[in-house]
Design a protein. Sequence first.
Length: 338
Amino acid sequence: MKSDEIAKLAGVSRSTVSRVLNHYTNVPEATRVKVQNVIDQYGYTPNQAARALAGTANDIIELVIADIDSTRDSSLFRGASSPYFLETIYFMINAAKEKGLMVLVNVITNPKDFNKIRVNFQTKMIKAGIIIGFPYGNSDVTNWVASGYNVIAVDNFTRDEISIHNAKAINSDNFEGGKMATSYLISKGHKKIGFIEGDSRLSAIERKNGYLSAMNEAGYPIMPNTMIKANYNEEMAYTETKKLLKSADITALFCSNDIMAMGAIKAIEEEGLRVPEDISIVGFDNHDFSKFIKHKITSVYIDLEEVAKKCVDSVFEEPPFIKFCIPKISEGTSTKAI
C-alpha cells in the first residue's frame, strides 16, 4: 500500500499523510487519529530505503550521551554506565516507541565524535537529536545547536540562554532540587550542613546554588571546609569526606547525587560515626543502593520518565523553548531529626 492510497482511505491529502508519518505538530489531532487508524488497520510501513534515497529522514532519534568520566578507573559507576544514564536510555526508548520512533544511542568520549553525528543528520539517517550529560558551556554542544539541526538539549542551557542560542531545552529544576534537599535537612533541625558538589555540568552548578540559597534564607552561615567537590564520583566523595570529617563539624551532609552519598556514608562509618545517628545524609537521583549499603538514602529526584516523555513529545516543536521537570523527595533511612 502506498501513501496516496492511505490518503484516499482517510479522506485527506497525500501531504497530510506525509505530515502524520513525519510527526509534524501542525496536524489537527482528529485528522492525525483518522490517518493513524487507517495506517494501523492496513499495516502500512514506509519504505525506509526509498525514503533515504528521496532525502527523507528515517523515524530515528539519536540520543547523544557524554561519557565525561570515561578516563576514570576508580569508580563503581562512571560516565554513561551510571544508573542515571541507564535509566534515561530505558525511558527514552519507551517514550519514542509510543510515538512510532526508534532511538539510536551514541556515547561521546571525544569531541571528534560530533562529526559522526553531523553525518547522521546530513545523510538523513536521523530525524532529531537529544543531547544529555555535557559540561555546562560546552562549545561542541553550542555549535551543534547553532548549526540549525533539530536538537533538544537536556540540562545544558539556562532560561536566559534559550533565546540567545535559539535552542530547544528540557531542564530538570536542579536549583529547586538543591534547595529542597537542604531545606529538608533544615526542617529536621540541622544547621551545620555540609555539601558535596558534582562536576562542571549545569545540574551540579544549580544544585550547589540551591544549597547556598536555602542556607542563606535560613540565616545559617557556610562553615569553613564544609563544601567539597567530588565530580559525581563515589571514591572521590569517599576520600573528600574523610578530609571533611577531620576539619569540620557537621551534623548533616547534602550530596549532589546518590553515588557520592554512597562514598560519603562509607567514609563516615569507617571513622566510627553512624548514619543517621551522628550525621544525616540526603542524596539526589533516588537510586536504590540498599544492596551496597544498609541504608535507603533519602533523596531528591527528577522523574526521568517525565524528562524522556517531554523530550520526545517536544522534539518536533519549533525553537526557542525551555520546559522544566519539577523535583520530588523520597524519604529513606539516612536522615534523623535533632
